[in-house]
Design a binder for this molecule. Structure first.
Ligand code: NAI
Ligand code: MG
Length: 358
């Protein structure tokens, strides 16, 4: 089993190192992995002149699974796309056709007190945001900034989805709902955007193949409200690229911190890209403050979905629960009376707990 590790920028390398530690702890008395590392993001640009170096893409195509950290910085966000670190990730997802980004939002009982939301709202939250990753306004053309006849600048992006792109992610959503509580909520803006009217129509058509799944629809603005007001009512949420991006950061707050949210980006085959939902967090990079649990939980998803190691995946998840129960907290989830630890110490605690699980 081969894993390609792409640490990237900012806190990417810091949190990814802890996930690698967890995988090594799993491997100490279990499945063996071959791990290789490659450059992406600003790091790719500096090392090989491209945020997605050709060698990295080739290695990604050969690997069984990819563990990714974060790409981009505020500085490179301002550069043209071909030099933007974050663009390397967008291109990688697109090149591997990883269209289905599963973002489980689970409120750990141990962390209820770390959220800014009230206990009775978030207790028992267990939902999945399924974000489409390869289409939408992030990729549609025409795009760019031009000047009109009067010299005024005009920015353009295009929200675009093919029927096929909607259909395949809808199927992924219904299949996921079937494995959970049989509820799928499709989020769109069908009242204003033609692209999203098509979205709703196609999801509804696909739904006829899944009579056992209850399908509902929400407009994205209302969905953002319901997500905070009655999050327990949601099971699987399927939505487009940009709405999924925004809704899942909001959903992160149900769990206490964006540092708790893992994700899996999957295509039609078994290969997947596993990544924390958060970015490179330049404000805390290099300070041993980042929460590595999102990255470690992403590694658990990798064990489950791409490497066929369900038991190991459960051991990693149980280890995370154990360290939370023991009171280990990085600053983002710190509570009075808890044990304040840094990135490294949290990673060490999880690695040790994995040993006790197995
Ligand atoms: P961000 O997710 O990096 O940070 C948002 C806030 O959450 C910050 O205050 C940060 O300190 C905190 N945070 C994030 N991860 C954390 C963790 N593991 N533990 C504790 N606190 C954490 O989003 P932001 O600030 O909008 O973007 C920063 C850079 O990352 C930008 O250059 C952006 O383009 C890039 N980015 C990359 C992503 C990726 O590679 N998947 C996703 C989102 C942003
Ligand atoms: Mg985002």
């Amino acid at each position: 089993m081969s894993i390609l590790v792409l640490p990237g920028d900012g806190i990417g390398p810091e949190v990814t190192a802890q996930a690698v530690k967890a995988l090594r702890s799993v491997a100490a008395n279990g499945p063996q992995f071959e791990m290789a590392e490659a450059a992406i993001g600003d790091a790719g640009l500096h090392q090989a002149g491209d945020p997605l170096p050709e060698a990295t893409l080739e290695a990604a195509r050969r690997a069984d699974a990819i563990l990714f950290g974060a790409a981009g910085t505020y500085e490179s966000d301002l550069l043209p796309p071909e030099k933007r670190g974050g663009h390397g990730l967008l291109r990688l997802r697109k090149a591997l056709d990883l269209f289905a980004n599963f973002r489980p939002v689970y409120a750990f009982p141990e962390l209820i007190g770390a959220s800014t939301l009230r206990r009775e709202v978030i207790e028992g939250v267990d939902l999945v945001v399924l974000r489409e990753l390869t289409g939408d306004i992030y990729f549609g053309t025409p795009r760019g900034v031009e000047r009109d006849a009067s010299g005024q600048r005009i920015g353009t992006n295009t929200m675009r989805y093919t029927e096929g792109e909607i259909r395949r992610v809808a199927h992924a959503g219904f299949r996921a709902a079937r494995q959970r509580r049989h509820k799928l909520c499709s989020v769109d803006k069908a009242n204003v955007l033609e692209t999203m009217a098509l979205w709703r129509e196609v999801v509804t058509e696909v739904g006829r193949d899944y009579p056992d799944v209850e399908l509902t629809h929400l407009y994205v603005d209302a969905a953002s409200m319901h997500l905070i007001r009655r999050p327990r009512d949601f099971d699987v949420i399927v939505t487009g690229n940009i709405f999924g991006d925004i809704l899942s950061d909001a959903a992160a707050m149900l769990t206490g911190s964006i540092g708790m949210l893992p994700s899996a980006s999957l295509g039609e085959g078994g290969r997947g890209l596993y990544e924390p939902v958060h970015g490179s967090a330049p404000d805390i990079a290099g300070q041993d403050k980042a929460n590595p649990l999102a990255s470690i939980l992403s590694a658990a998803m990798m064990l489950r979905h791409s490497l066929g190691q369900e038991e190991a995946a459960r051991a990693v998840e149980a280890a995370v629960r154990e360290v939370l129960a023991e009171g280990y907290r990085t600053p983002d989830i710190m509570e009075p009376g808890a044990r304040s630890v840094g990135t490294e110490a949290m990673g060490d605690a999880v690695a040790a707990a994995i040993q006790r699980q197995r």
